[in-house]
Design a binder for this molecule. Structure first.
Ligand SMILES: NC(=O)c1ccc[n+]([C@@H]2O[C@H](COP(=O)([O-])OP(=O)(O)OC[C@H]3O[C@@H](n4cnc5c(N)ncnc54)[C@H](OP(=O)(O)O)[C@@H]3O)[C@@H](O)[C@H]2O)c1
Length: 295
């Protein structure tokens, strides 16, 4: 395997990809990009002998230094929606200026590309990044991710909250999502990094094997918790007003509302099985995932 740099290596997905790679390839084939060396996970990487490179996506010069002798970059999209297109352009620029031959990029599935769609800020920055990578002349593999199963607990709250409110309150109507746990993305994508040739210049749609609505999530949780958990889909205005009234920060309300509207518009309702083919198995079901989190 070529020397691969995993960006976002201090984050949830990045850590899982690094863990997966470490089980399957020599440590000296893996480098990690971090921006904050004070994090415990960075110390852990150092103690394992991983090649730790330090740069922020905002800093082109540092990225250029960090990419020396790297052949593949696994680019995890940045979390700052308004800044990330420019950040990703820096990563591509730094890759081009170095020995990098191949970029893997974690993008998003989408149905609507309209600039006034609820999810436009998310989708547009991903689409423009995809195009920047394709236009760069580097080999590319675009990994279009459906939503993480891991966002469900973030959207609906923990066990204590659910047992108190006995309801899921989100304006997702009857929209369905083909969720994938982060660990399944990490498993598949580590495999791809180990055998990159067959994935050169390909775009994949990575979806889970089952599509689930929040009505179904509430039915699964009713069984797991042994208490009736109702599903309520308010109007978007009612939802935003209610969330602000209970004191949720505006940014979080906006994020919940944006993704809920995307779900209601069926932006995540996909059937493709690219991921199952690469994994060689089906993705974890929502029943399994929620049992692990809530039982
Ligand atoms: N499909 C989905 O459902 C879904 C859900 C959530 C997020 N996402 C996207 O997928 C990405 C990975 O998800 P995750 O759960 O692993 O997110 P995460 O835990 O927040 O990790 C994000 C990683 O990116 C790094 N990063 C952010 N901005 C950076 C910058 N300017 N320069 C260098 N590194 C930077 C972070 O570094 P620090 O540790 O220093 O902050 C962290 O390592 C997210 O960033 C987001 O774009 C997708």
């Amino acid at each position: 395997m070529k020397k691969t740099l995993i960006t976002g290596a201090t984050g949830s997905l990045g850590q899982l990809v690094v863990k997966n790679l470490l089980q399957n390839v020599e440590t000296d084939k893996i480098a990690v990009l971090v921006r904050n060396t004070e994090k415990d996970i960075v110390k852990e990487y150092q103690s394992k002998g991983l090649d730790v490179r330090v740069a922020d996506y905002n800093n082109l010069e540092k990225l250029q230094e960090a990419f020396k002798n790297i052949e593949q970059v696994y680019l995890i999209s940045g979390s700052d929606l308004s800044a990330r297109l420019e950040q990703h352009k820096n990563v591509v620029e730094a890759a081009k200026a170095n020995t990098v031959k191949h970029i893997f990029y974690t993008s998003t599935v989408k149905k609507t590309e309209s600039t006034d769609a609820p999810l436009a800020p998310v989708v547009n920055s991903h689409l423009k990044t995809e195009q920047t990578i394709i236009d760069s002349g580097l080999q590319y593999t675009i990994l279009r991710h459906n939503l993480y199963s891991d966002v469900v607990p973030m959207f609906i709250g923990d066990k204590e909250q659910l047992l108190k409110t006995k309801s899921i309150y989100l304006p997702t109507e009857d929209g369905k999502v083909a969720y994938v746990p982060r660990e399944d993305f990490a498993d598949a994508e580590a495999k791809m990094l180990i055998s990159p040739k067959e994935h050169i210049n390909k775009i994949y749609e990575f979806n889970g094997n089952e599509k689930i609505s929040y009505q179904q999530v509430s039915e699964i949780l009713t069984k797991i918790l042994g208490e009736e958990i109702a599903y309520v889909s308010p109007s978007v205005d009612e939802f935003e007003a209610q969330m602000k009234e209970v004191g949720l920060p505006t940014e979080i309300v906006g994020m919940l509302s944006m993704f809920s509207q995307g779900i209601a518009n069926n932006e995540f309702d996909f059937d493709t099985t690219d991921l199952e083919k690469i994994l060689g198995r089906k993705t974890k079901t929502m029943q399994q995932f929620l049992t692990e989190v809530y039982a």
